[in-house]
Ligand binder design. Structure first.
Ligand code: F6P
Length: 490
């Protein structure tokens, strides 16, 4: 907030994302509020609470419309309003083409290299363009001045930066791509690769989680577009407009709101043991994510199977609790993953379980942040085995939840978070045997070693928290704005 006052006086901040931070649903108990399972929301919501402004997003709850004023706006969070939420209402056809189709059957598998074939359909592309244009309309409507700072979020809006630039040429557009950017050869599969790159280069600043993804973007632009690339300064000039390409590793708020009111870890453990009917001395491993094929859930379950086969002493003791929030279930690849996970867990439970003990517990439903934090605090180890992931905030949340400095993080080397959390046990999720070995090592790790690793990781997340992520982007934006004004004035 102070940064905005000092560095960007009179600035107007607009955030635009597909996912809204608060979903209002109509239930038997009246209108209830849901916090979506979204890394993007977990990161940006505290920033908006601190800075204020307007967040424009797709309205997705069954009672969202009942909460807004005549301009489709509602002040949030409901208990302590800090910023405005403006909903854009999408038809089923728009949702199908733009969100399920182009964004999640095209760009999502394309960028994650998770061996699910990307599907590109002409009609999805048309909806994607149309919905990007609708969000551009909302931004122009919401902007009270001709030079707002617009924070564009994610792969749903690759065309939006260019659209904003055309309609509000003085705007500062900071775009953040929350998922990986693949190498040029892979990205080149997309039939509309030129349009996507061109759209993104309407930004003033384009951010990725890692330097590696920035380099991939520079390489793709070099390969497909006629532009001037300055690798030393990390910038691209296309048709006279310069875009800075920067890495900003996203993070979480510190301390996380979900930590407030949590019982001590021993009590969290007792609560989880009672909830799932576990033996009192159970060794607890947890995994928390959206039910997405990029997260490596099947690979993790296979590693538990391998571990129990090789170390039968753990039978009756080790429990793996998978909290999985259903997501994008309309798409075949997602419903197939759910079915296959349930089938495989059943098979493993039948093979190794008995006497009222099942090694794999699946909790397939939405989990609110305070429940997730209780689970984290109850765990001996948390397993994040993404096959590919931009950052992965579950890893950082686990670390933040352990103020007792206990617990072991097992983390995929293919998640951006592994660049920062190198004291985790880093694994290759495709290598079942070594994943099983890492779980075994986590369960045997002496308390002193756990503390040492956890301390270092907690320091990292504390210092490089999400306020710093936002501040770095806003400071870069402020610098560029000042420079531009000096150049225009001279
Ligand atoms: O960056 C990926 C992301 O947009 C994150 O917000 C989150 O992890 C996930 O995808 C959310 O997916 P959805 O909004 O489609 O449920």
């Amino acid at each position: 907030h102070r940064l905005l006052d000092e560095e960007l006086p009179d600035a107007e901040v607009l955030v635009v994302s597909n996912r809204e931070p608060y979903i209002h649903n109509r239930t038997d108990a009246g209108i209830t509020l849901q916090t979506p399972a979204s890394g993007l929301v977990a990161a940006l919501e505290p920033v908006m609470r601190a800075c204020g402004g307007t967040w424009i997003a797709h309205g997705s709850g069954s009672a969202d419309r009942e909460t807004v004023d005549a301009h489709d706006r509602v002040r949030v969070p409901p208990a302590d309003p800090a910023y405005a939420l403006r909903r854009v209402w999408l038809s089923e056809a728009e949702q199908d083409g733009y969100y399920y189709g182009f964004a999640n059957e095209g760009l999502w598998p394309l960028c994650h290299i998770a061996f699910v074939r990307p599907t590109f359909r002409e009609q999805d592309w048309q909806q994607y363009q149309a919905v990007n244009a609708r969000f551009a309309d909302s931004i122009v409507e919401e902007a009270g001045r001709d030079d707002p700072i617009v924070l564009v979020q994610d792969y749903h809006f690759a065309l939006l930066p260019r659209m904003i630039r055309e309609r509000l040429p003085r705007a500062t557009v900071v775009t953040f791509w929350h998922i990986p950017w693949p190498n040029a050869e892979t990205f080149g599969i997309c039939p509309w690769r030129d349009e996507i790159i061109d759209g993104l280069l309407g930004s003033t600043i384009l951010g990725f989680h890692t330097r590696f993804h920035c380099n991939n973007f520079l390489e793709a632009t070099d390969r497909f577009m006629e532009s001037r690339i300055d690798r030393e300064h990390g910038s691209i000039t296309l048709r006279g407009h310069e875009t800075m390409i920067r890495s900003y590793p996203i993070s979480i708020e510190w301390p996380p709101a979900a930590l407030a009111g949590q019982a001590p870890p021993a009590q969290c453990r007792a609560a989880v043991v009672a909830r799932y009917g576990l033996p009192a001395d159970a060794r607890i491993a947890v995994g928390v994510e959206r039910f997405d094929y990029t997260k490596g859930i099947l690979d993790r379950v296979a590693a538990i199977d391998d571990l129990l086969t090789r170390n039968p002493d753990l039978k009756g003791k080790l429990v793996y609790i998978q909290a999985a929030s259903p997501t994008r279930s309309k798409l075949g690849a997602y419903s197939a993953l759910q079915d296959e996970t349930v089938r495989l867990a059943g098979e493993i439970n039948a093979r190794h379980g008995g006497d009222g003990w099942s090694p794999i517990v699946l909790s397939i439903r939405h989990h609110e942040p305070h429940e997730v934090f209780e689970l984290f605090r109850a765990a001996d180890t948390c397993i994040v085995s993404s096959l590919h992931d931009g950052m992965n905030l579950v890893a950082k949340e686990f670390v933040a939840s352990r103020d007792d400095e206990h617990g072991v993080l097992i983390l995929s080397g293919f998640a951006g978070a592994s660049r920062e959390l190198s004291e985790a046990l880093i694994v290759n999720p495709y290598d079942t045997r070594s994943m099983a070995a890492a779980i075994e090592r986590a369960l045997c790790m002496p308390a002193a070693e756990q503390r040492e690793r956890m301390r270092l990781m907690r320091d990292q997340v504390r210092q490089r928290n999400v306020y710093r992520w936002a501040a770095q982007m806003l400071l870069d934006a402020a610098r560029l704005r000042k420079r531009e004004r000096i150049v225009t004035a001279s």
